[in-house]
Design a protein around this ligand. Structure first.
Ligand code: FE2
Length: 290
């Protein structure tokens, strides 16, 4: 791991979607990054709101931070990103992994989008290549390619912390599903082994937590704890065993409530579809396609 100043990591939790957002920075008034934001969305009314993102904005302003990069670990299927809203309020550049073009291509087909939608990643300001580094002040992050849940998933390494996205969850929750278009359990196994090859005390920051008991929500664990006790992928679980478990478990899972709105917005970097002649943006629902 690179030696750099100790990062301060502030977590935010969105209870509607069980999602963590992080602000990472060195000190008061320093540059910062924001990882995985949430735009609140009510599927009953089709109405969006910004309470989750506004908490992040208030924190950034209170600490006089300068937003450099607004990152996604992947195109989320369970919540809309607030990245463009954060950018409009705070500045910064929208960033995701360069394999997002594969996800855009698949869902351009699923949603039968016309040529107004380009599957070339151009909706983002920067596409990260594997192992690319991004600086923010005296800190830097390294982009780790960790596909499996989606073909474009990234994790972000900053000092002794890794923001793991949807790969592993807390040890008592397990691992991310692999049954969305382009997902693959064998690939996820290999990506998780990459994360678990870091030193045991490496801090892993979750994208979500879904407590299986009445324990409080937790946003952080370590490589050592995952290897010792992750219910799906602790030390000794073979790739074959993992793929068998993951594949059969995924068959029992329902689609996330917000998958259709989330994907349509998130493959546009969080922008809504172009308003129609009456000024309203519409989302599509493909029947019998997923
Ligand atoms: Fe996800």
């Amino acid at each position: 791991m690179s030696s750099q100043p100790q990062a301060i990591i502030k977590d935010f939790f969105d209870p509607e979607t069980w999602t963590f957002t992080y602000v990472v920075y060195e000190s008061e008034a320093s540059p910062c990054v924001i990882i995985d934001s949430v735009m609140n969305y009510d599927p009953k009314s089709g109405r969006t709101s910004t309470q989750s993102a506004d908490a992040v904005i208030a924190f950034v302003k209170a600490h006089h931070l300068q937003v450099t990069w607004i990152l996604e670990t992947h195109a989320h299927a369970d919540h809309l990103t607030a990245a463009p809203y954060l950018q409009s309020q705070l500045g910064g550049q929208l960033v995701i992994g360069d394999h997002i073009t594969q996800v855009q291509t698949v869902f351009k087909g699923v949603f039968n989008l016309d040529d107004g939608f380009k599957a070339d990643g151009s909706q983002f300001n920067h596409l990260l290549k594997e192992d690319e580094s991004l600086a923010f002040g005296n800190l830097s992050l390294k982009a780790l390619f960790v596909p499996g849940h989606t073909p474009a998933c990234m994790a972000y390494e900053i000092g002794d912390a890794i923001f793991v996205g949807d790969t592993v969850f807390m040890p008592d929750v397990g691992t991310a599903r692999c049954d969305f278009p382009g997902g693959d359990a064998k690939t996820l196994y290999q990506s998780i082994q990459k994360i678990l090859s870091y030193p045991a005390n490496t801090q892993l920051y979750m994208c979500h937590d879904y407590p299986p008991t009445d324990r409080p929500v937790k946003f952080r664990t370590t490589v050592g704890e995952e290897k010792a006790s992750n219910i799906h992928i602790h030390d000794g679980v073979t790739q074959e065993q993992f793929v068998q478990m993951r594949t059969s478990r995924d068959l029992t899972l329902e689609m996330p409530t917000l998958i259709l709105p989330s994907i349509q917005v998130n493959i546009r970097a969080g922008h809504f579809p172009k308003p129609e002649a009456n000024g309203t943006s519409y989302l599509k629902i493909p029947l019998n396609a997923l």
